[in-house]
Ligand binder design. Sequence first.
Ligand code: NDP
Ligand code: 1BO
Ligand code: 1BO
Length: 359
Amino acid sequence: MASAKAMAQDEHHFVLKSGHAIPAVGLGTWRAGSDTAHSVQTAITEVYSAYLPYLAIYMRRSVQHTNQVAMASKPILSVFANNLIVNHLQAGYRHVDTAAQYGIEQEVGKGLKAAMEAGINRKDLFVTSKIWCTNLAPERVRPALKNTLKDLQLDYIDLYLIHWPFRLKDGAHQPPEAGEVLEFDMEAVWREMERLVTDGLVKDIGVCNFSVTKLNRLLQSANIPPAMEMHPGWKNNKIFEACKKHGIHVTAYSPLGSSEKNLAHDPVVEKIANKLNKTPGQVLIKWALQRGTSVIPKSTKDERIKENMQVFGWEIPEEDFQVLCGIKDEKRVLTGEELFVNKTHGPYKSASEVWDNED
Ligand code: NDP
Ligand code: 1BO
Ligand code: 1BO
């Protein structure tokens, strides 16, 4: 917990090694569907505007207070309004996580554009995308990013990640056929990614789904903010500890356990949520934040998009935090098996091999 606090700029942000701030909660967009533009725009603009009526009450009360009017009712309303201001006024999402492979970058781009037309500044947004496995060759890195920028209608993104540390042949099957998982020149690809930073097309670069073995190999190279699957049902402690040791910020993806292992109905999570008068989703998101990771829950439902952002101004007490840490039966949701394992021909013959036998 100490290191988590050290890496947090304030409750709403963490700081990357580059010095850039990453908003603590972002919107996930994997399998967000054809209405993604709406979800993105809602997350950025409407979560904010949902609280404007309370802001109006607060301002009216403040004026009345200044005029020494209605003093009797002021304290209660003001505390109420103040909490709303502190907890929620900045509640609009400013961080969106997407990827070329999700097939929805054009939709995300439309949502971002609509948000900017509604008055949000580009510099206040944090947009993450990822290079897909078919493009993990040095000469393909820049064209892949350019394509992402075009679809997102942006001239730079804040974070560009290697989506998975394996190269796939164009049109690779799931599971891959013989020869469809190719060698991946990690260092050469990374150098190209660094050039994107130098050229101002990307603010930060990083990795996803790395084992400790692969992280150590890449660590010679630079500042790496990785994104990894993390929730109480897969704490992913080995890579988390390795990153902490090197001062590398981690974003927890699938923080709710994704749709396959959704932990919102886990009895332990439900019990703590009831006790704290929060929803299970909020408890899971807060657990990730208190652990020191930023977090990118996905939802396409307006109410949940709002709910998932109401995670500031309160804490999970230490004893409950530890109970969540103690949830048993840990298992990855995303094993990479469908994408990279060919049981007969390899080069990866099992999910364990995908993760360098570290699980
Ligand atoms: P999440 O853990 O965010 O869970 C999403 C699921 O939970 C959906 O079924 C959603 O349904 C549901 N949900 C959302 N909010 C709540 C809530 N408050 N209570 C109960 N259920 C809820 O899973 P993801 O796998 O989508 O991970 C989040 C994001 O992380 C992805 O969308 C993607 O952007 C990123 N990611 C990155 C990866 C990488 O390799 N770098 C890999 C995997 C994910 P509904 O939409 O109906 O609300
Ligand atoms: C295939 C992509 C997994 C989610 O990022
Ligand atoms: C759908 C791709 C997830 C890898 O296991």
